[in-house]
Write a protein that binds this ligand. Sequence first.
Ligand code: NAG
Ligand code: NAG
Ligand code: NAG
Ligand code: NAG
Ligand code: NAG
Ligand code: NAG
Length: 430
Amino acid sequence: MDSLGYSSQLLSLLFLFFSISASATPFNIPRLGVGTTRRTWQHDQPQTTSSSSDTEDFKTFYYTQPLDHFNYRPDSYTTFQQRYLINSKYWGGADSNAPIFAYLGAEESLDVDFSIIGFLNDNALQFKALQLYIEHRFYGKSIPSGSMKEALKNESTRGYFNSAQALADYAAVLLHVKKNLSAENSPVIVIGGSYGGMLAAWFRLKYPHIVLGSLASSAPILYFEGIAPQVGYYSIVTKDFKETSQSCYETIRQSWAEIDRVASTPHGLSTLSKRFNTCGQLNTSDDLKDYLDSIITSAAQYNHPPEYPVSVICRAIDGAAVGNDTLGQIYAGVVADKGNQSCYDVNEFNYPTETNEGWKWQKCSEMVMPIGHDSNGSMFPPSPFNLNEFINDCKSLYGVQPRPHWVTTYYGGRVCSSKLFLYDDSFGAN
Ligand SMILES: *[C@@H]1O[C@H](CO)[C@@H](O)[C@H](O)[C@H]1NC(C)=O
Ligand SMILES: *[C@@H]1O[C@H](CO)[C@@H](O)[C@H](O)[C@H]1NC(C)=O
Ligand SMILES: *[C@@H]1O[C@H](CO)[C@@H](O)[C@H](O)[C@H]1NC(C)=O
Ligand SMILES: *[C@@H]1O[C@H](CO)[C@@H](O)[C@H](O)[C@H]1NC(C)=O
Ligand SMILES: *[C@@H]1O[C@H](CO)[C@@H](O)[C@H](O)[C@H]1NC(C)=O
Ligand SMILES: *[C@@H]1O[C@H](CO)[C@@H](O)[C@H](O)[C@H]1NC(C)=O
């Protein structure tokens, strides 16, 4: 099977984790990845997007969705328009009970997803499948009121921005589409990646009468406190670099203290700004460390052929060893990863994009994942996940106490285990 999405643009979609280097706020990471905070690859094409569908094969629809599937209060009957797209190019039709592949949208507009998620289109011909892409509520064209920013300000409705409601949306759209196409006997397979993969797994557990199967790609469904022993996200990032090059790992490991040392000297921040060619003057050494943290973690998370960004970074760091100090080597790694830019924007991963803002709410209200710098063998400075700090940050942002996922969701069934997130052969390669 091919990858879920083979294009490197997919990156943005999977940017699920951000964390922090040494600073206090848990929200300043990439867009991880989830950070559209998105990783851009303009400098290292060529792209392999051929497997995704052509835009003209898609038809756009809107479904009138109740804001609240689970209560009977007056405002539960408020509705919004939810976008979905259908590509029936390869569909064998209802008469032959040909299947439906349904992509469950995640923390991103479908505008990005549908053209780059290769998995459905790659397999649709063989299975004569209908392709259906459903946008997640509150993203893209499926926002109940105006923009993401406005929707998150609206205290009476933002509580409906959660995974249980999103799953119920998907159930409603799937039933509607099947009925409309008289395809009641067509089996449905739901598909998602990262957070969307978590949704796909949960969907099969919660709505087994609607879907025959579920493909959850790189879905960290057990990465919640109290559910399974945690494999540290940053330990895996460290392992990736260490396996690629021991000396590269050592250089990165030493660089944080070196940055702090230089920052504490007179005009230290100005020196660092010059050495890293930052677009604006650094205000704290965390500005730089968080930026480097984001580059390093997204390289590991999306260590995707043909570029293999971890190798690219390490080759540059190791290659600059002679004649450069630690900071010069790290800067060489930045240039290799980001390309030759006139300057480097250390805020690149933190802009308030729709994905960053929406996912911040989701992390704060429900998707509380204990991601921190563990101290054991990590090349990052120790900074373990601190739940109380996290909760306090969320309270100050939204004025509400998070009600984390392990309380609210459904682990009654047996959850099949899932690879933890980082790119590996089973996730992506042909
Ligand atoms: C909040 O959203 C609801 C539903 O879209 C809308 O009726 C209401 O006017 C919004 N409130 C504010 C303060 O924008
Ligand atoms: C539902 O069926 C009607 C009439 O057959 C058609 O015009 C419409 O586009 C269909 N909608 C979807 C979502 O397939
Ligand atoms: C430092 O602070 C100034 C003033 O608030 C701001 O304009 C600038 O963007 C900040 N620099 C960085 C790198 O964030
Ligand atoms: C230092 O590293 C840069 C890459 O950033 C490289 O171009 C340069 O040749 C290195 N300096 C020396 C003296 O090797
Ligand atoms: C980087 O770009 C500048 C112009 O923007 C150019 O002068 C320089 O030669 C480039 N460096 C490399 C290594 O390509
Ligand atoms: C630290 O890492 C080592 C080797 O990776 C492992 O054997 C050990 O159990 C770890 N210790 C803790 C406290 O996690």
